[in-house]
Design a protein. Structure first.
Ligand code: HEC
Length: 249
């Protein structure tokens, strides 16, 4: 909602398969007034809050451990410039035993060098990691990605009212993946959702819907999307046919 950027309160609950109920934090300066820059950086990259609580990784800190030091600092500087919005957020509640298990997850951040932007593959791997492409596009068993199926799709998401959505195979396999996609087509595929008409589409019950964050990624530059494309060409091609939409709609 325009005017609420960073104010939090987004609820993620059991209906989405989470082991508890989570509310996104208020990260405007009003919500973080007591936090030092270092404490914010530690939360993003290490998963520990100011009060020393381990966060549930719906906040994807395990992947942000790979953030370069310069990018992590830039994010802290940026969220300090958000409009302060005073808004109380209810505490998140975790089920037993997950509430105890997650205490083992946080690890201290080791500052990372910036990715080499002159190498599209290296830069693309970095961007893909931060954007969570492999996380969503790889099937997992008991929380671990299945070996040999990296980026081969088929991870299932049950979207309330829309049914089951499965992530696409984005390996370079030409029959079942994106092997025959030219670079320009790949970039265009991300541009479409940025159009004003698509952004404002109302959600309807029982219609195909996706959790692929198309609109979020639509603002990436050609350089960034081209680098992700270059990186995805280097992933091992896997033959895996995925039915993306199998909802009730
Ligand atoms: C939150 C989970 C999620 C994340 C993160 C995610 N995807 Fe997806 N993606 C999906 C799902 C689910 C689909 C299938 C539904 C659809 O096409 O919208 C999909 C579809 C796609 C497709 C469409 C393939 C086709 O045949 O049209 C491409 C390409 C793709 N994703 C690439 C990416 C890339 C590149 C990234 C990282 C920048 C990424 N995705 C991040 C869940 C995700």
């Amino acid at each position: 909602m325009p005017g609420t950027e960073g104010a939090g309160g987004e609820r993620l609950g059991k209906e989405l398969g989470f082991p508890g109920t989570f509310y996104a934090a208020n990260i405007t300066p009003a919500g973080l007034s007591q936090w030092s820059d270092g404490e914010i950086l530690r939360a993003i990259t290490g998963g520990v809050t100011r009060s020393g609580r381990a966060m549930f990784p719906v906040m994807p800190y395990p992947r942000y451990r790979a953030l370069s030091e310069a990018d992590a600092e830039a994010i802290v500087a940026y969220i300090r410039t958000l409009t302060p919005i005073a808004r109380e957020i209810p505490p998140s509640q975790l089920d037993f035993p997950v509430n105890l298990l997650i205490r083992t997850l946080p690890e201290p951040y080791a500052p990372q060098p910036s990715p080499d932007r002159s190498s599209p593959v290296a830069y693309g791997r970095y961007l893909a990691t931060m954007a969570g492409c492999p996380v969503c596009h790889t099937r997992a068993e008991r929380g671990k990605p299945i070996q040999g199926m990296e980026c081969a799709g088929g991870a299932a998401f049950d979207v309330p009212q829309a049914g089951r959505v499965q992530s696409a195979n984005i390996t370079p396999d030409s029959d079942t993946g994106i092997g025959d996609w030219p670079r320009t087509f790949f970039i265009e595929r991300f541009r479409d959702p940025a159009s004003a008409g698509t952004r404002r589409l109302p959600l309807r019950d029982r219609r195909l819907n996706t959790i692929m964050p198309w609109t979020m990624f639509a603002g990436m530059t050609d350089e960034d999307l081209g680098a992700i494309y270059a990186y995805l060409r280097t992933v091992r091609p896997v033959r895996n046919q995925v039915a993306r939409f199998t909802g009730p709609g």
